[in-house]
Design a binder for this molecule. Structure first.
Ligand SMILES: Nc1nc2c(ncn2[C@@H]2O[C@H](COP(=O)(O)OP(=O)(O)O)[C@@H](O)[C@H]2O)c(=O)[nH]1
Ligand SMILES: [Mg+2]
Length: 277
């Protein structure tokens, strides 16, 4: 059994060594211990990010956010910096100048969060699709036997709002395909709203992953499942993006489906079972 290391109090302005990025924290760092850090990749989310930051930090002083921006031309990082200068909450920013892309942003966010030694680390989108208000219920599922929780649209109580029927069906079809091919026991493997205990993430070979795009979501689940960790699913209400534009297109989608076959070759189909944190 691995014990959670003590939370470092000296991480505030320390970037992960070796990354070509600028890391910043609140001008007036909070005294409260950071227990849950949500990584949020952003590309042109200046219309959405401030509302999300406010909603996350309203959950309590132990909640924090790490925005991973790719030098968005719309000035998203400027909005975050402005927030940091005005509010002493756990709001951090990793601004990257190279390797742009959703997958690499997700990887860098998790690695930076691991470096910060936070006990629970998660991810969610910036566009308002994922409601921070669902997080306390997700946290409540993180018991002794559960290594992480997927915010799920496809378990009882989970919902999708504002989406066309064809988009809802696409999510279901993609999930069926992924579950069957990879033998994963989860219903919503394409949900980008999840939390994990840091021990689980510490075992992921971040520098050796196949994914460069959204398939990172499935690749992480396969690795975690194969390692024998148990994840729970907690219902969420997913709302389609209202402001800004989606970066998902047909090419990215088809590539994500193709790459699942590669995961199957690389990670096999069988898993350990019942590992507890
Ligand atoms: N850092 C970074 N974030 C990205 C990139 N592409 C998309 N995102 C963010 O990833 C999240 C999901 O993207 P979105 O466009 O909403 O995709 P969709 O929800 O699948 O339609 C949002 O918070 C985006 O701002 C990228 O290239 N770099
Ligand atoms: Mg979205």
């Amino acid at each position: 059994m691995t014990r959670t290391p003590p939370v470092s109090s000296s991480f505030e302005l320390a970037p992960l060594p070796g990354t070509e990025a600028i890391f910043s924290g609140p001008a007036d760092p909070p005294k409260t211990l950071l227990r849950v850090l949500m990584t949020v990749p952003t590309y042109n989310e200046s219309e959405n990010i401030e509302a999300l930051l406010n909603r996350i930090i309203s959950l309590g002083p132990e909640y924090g956010v790490l925005v991973v921006d790719d030098h968005s031309p719309d000035g998203t990082s400027g909005v975050v910096r402005n927030f940091q200068s005005q509010c002493s909450a756990h709001v951090y920013l990793l601004e990257r100048f190279t390797n742009r892309g959703r997958g690499q942003a997700g990887i860098d966010g998790y690695r930076q969060a691991l470096f910060m030694n936070v006990p629970v680390i998660g991810e969610m989108d910036a566009d308002g699709s994922h409601a921070p208000e669902d997080l306390p219920a997700m946290m409540a599922r993180l018991s002794g036997k559960t290594a992480g929780v997927i915010g799920s649209r496809l378990v009882p109580g989970g919902r999708e709002e504002g989406r066309t029927l064809s988009r809802v069906l696409l999510t279901r079809a993609a999930n069926l395909y992924i579950r069957i091919l990879l033998g994963l026991p989860y219903r919503d493997t394409t949900s980008g709203f999840r939390i994990f205990r840091r021990e689980v993430l510490a075992g992921i070979p971040w520098e050796d992953l196949v994914s460069r795009g959204p398939s990172l979501l499935q690749e992480m689940l396969v690795i975690i499942h194969r390692a024998g960790w148990t994840l729970a699913e907690s219902p969420i209400t997913f709302r389609d993006r209202v402001l800004g534009t989606s970066t998902l297109n047909r090419r990215i989608l088809m590539n994500s489906l193709r790459i699942v076959l590669e995961f199957r070759r690389r990670y096999g189909r069988s898993s350990l079972s019942g590992r507890v944190p």
